[in-house]
Design a protein around this ligand. Structure first.
Ligand code: ADP
Length: 351
């Protein structure tokens, strides 16, 4: 009956996912108990009704209609009729075209937890960032003052003060990366409304790290085509963070006296930014894994700490832009991290 054998009916009865079979004119022919619960109807109360009648929501009927026409459709909807229940609905037409099957998955709890996480991260970012920034400014001032005081302050004490400054810097970096990652992963879509000149952004980002590079004895070189590069669409601040992260790593893993080159050019329909170093390199087996959260090739060899989050944030950001990020590296010889972003459509460029 209704195309469901006893065996399958037993299976469908036990599922927490709603299952509905619609006939040609999109009337419910079969619905399992979970579907009845979602619709707030007593057992059997869905059969013979239209989806609109059953759920008092036009979008679910539109999904079924699309699936009947084109084979499949899916979407997420929040039912006002059922205490704001969030359902992921997938609709598929049978191969003979006589029926359409719907599955309804309740994602309300997941969405609720995501919302809580997002709010928690927002609050945490305010609560943590402010005192940390203050501590870091105070540490900076202390370093300056203790240097000015010279011999009046014992060398050991000055050394400790400067270590406090360095460690505070790491803490600030870690908190900011953790929050960035949590924010990106919370599913809030990235706003990609800027028209970005990657050549200019790469030069500006490299400039911000020039002092850090000098301190490490590393020379920073930026190479961009004289004619410039086409614009890309994106979130400029996020892309700047990605470049800074790649350059920061390249400097961090370079030997004293090494050099790091930031190169921007056009390849096919993309603009590619590559950051090349002649540092310690990455073993072949780890090259894919460096983009995972918290992954570090070898904790012992990291100078200056790090969270292992920078590259996973970078990958999130680049993929949210419809781009690709990758590394080519040889152990002991160096690494080149590159990302490619699609060139903006002509109407997206201001020229
Ligand atoms: P972090 O640098 O904070 O540890 P990342 O996600 O930026 O975190 O990098 C992950 C790991 O990838 C690093 O710990 C390091 O082992 C490796 N790595 C990244 N960039 C380079 C590089 N330019 N040269 C060598 N190893 C690198």
């Amino acid at each position: 009956m209704a195309g469901l054998s006893d065996d399958l009916r037993l299976l469908a009865d036990g599922l927490s996912v709603g299952v509905i079979r619609l006939d040609l004119d999109l009337m419910v022919r079969y619905a399992n108990p979970a579907a009845h619960v979602f619709a707030g109807r007593p057992a059997g109360g869905l059969v013979g009704r239209s989806l609109m009648e059953a759920f008092i929501d036009r979008r679910i009927e539109e999904l079924a209609e699309t699936a009947r026409r084109s084979g499949s459709a899916s979407g997420e909807l929040t039912l006002r009729s059922a205490d704001g229940l969030s359902l992921v609905v997938r609709a598929r037409r049978t191969s003979d075209g006589d029926a359409t099957w719907l599955t309804l998955e309740d994602v309300s709890e997941l969405r609720r937890l995501q919302r809580i996480r997002r709010e928690f991260v927002d609050n945490l970012s305010h609560e943590l960032r402010t005192p940390l920034t203050n501590v870091s400014l105070l540490a900076e001032t202390l370093v300056r003052e203790s240097e000015a005081a010279g011999e009046q302050i014992p060398a050991r004490m000055r050394d400790r003060i400067s270590k406090i400054e360095v460690e505070t810097g790491h803490l600030v970096q870690m908190v900011s990366e953790l929050l960035d990652l949590a924010r990106i992963e919370s599913g809030r879509p990235m706003v990609l409304l800027d028209v970005v000149d990657l050549a200019r952004l790469a030069a500006a980002s490299a400039d911000r790290l020039r002092l850090f590079a000098e301190r490490q004895g590393v020379q920073l070189v930026v190479e961009v085509p004289a004619a410039g590069v086409p614009r890309v669409n994106g979130a400029e601040e996020r892309l700047g963070q990605v470049i800074i992260n790649l350059v920061h790593n390249a400097v961090k893993f370079s030997p004293d006296g090494g050099d790091v080159t930031v190169r921007v050019d056009v390849q096919g329909s993309t603009v590619v930014v590559a950051v090349e170093d002649r540092g310690i390199g990455i073993p072949r087996g780890s090259q894919d894994r460096v983009f995972e959260r918290f992954y570090k090739v070898d904790r012992a060899r990291v100078r200056g700490g790090g969270t292992g989050l920078g590259l996973s944030i970078a990958r999130h950001v680049i993929e949210a832009h419809g781009g690709r990020i990758w590394v080519v590296s040889e152990e002991g010889r160096g690494s080149t991290f590159s990302f490619a972003l699609p060139i903006a459509a002509p109407n997206g460029t201001p020229e």
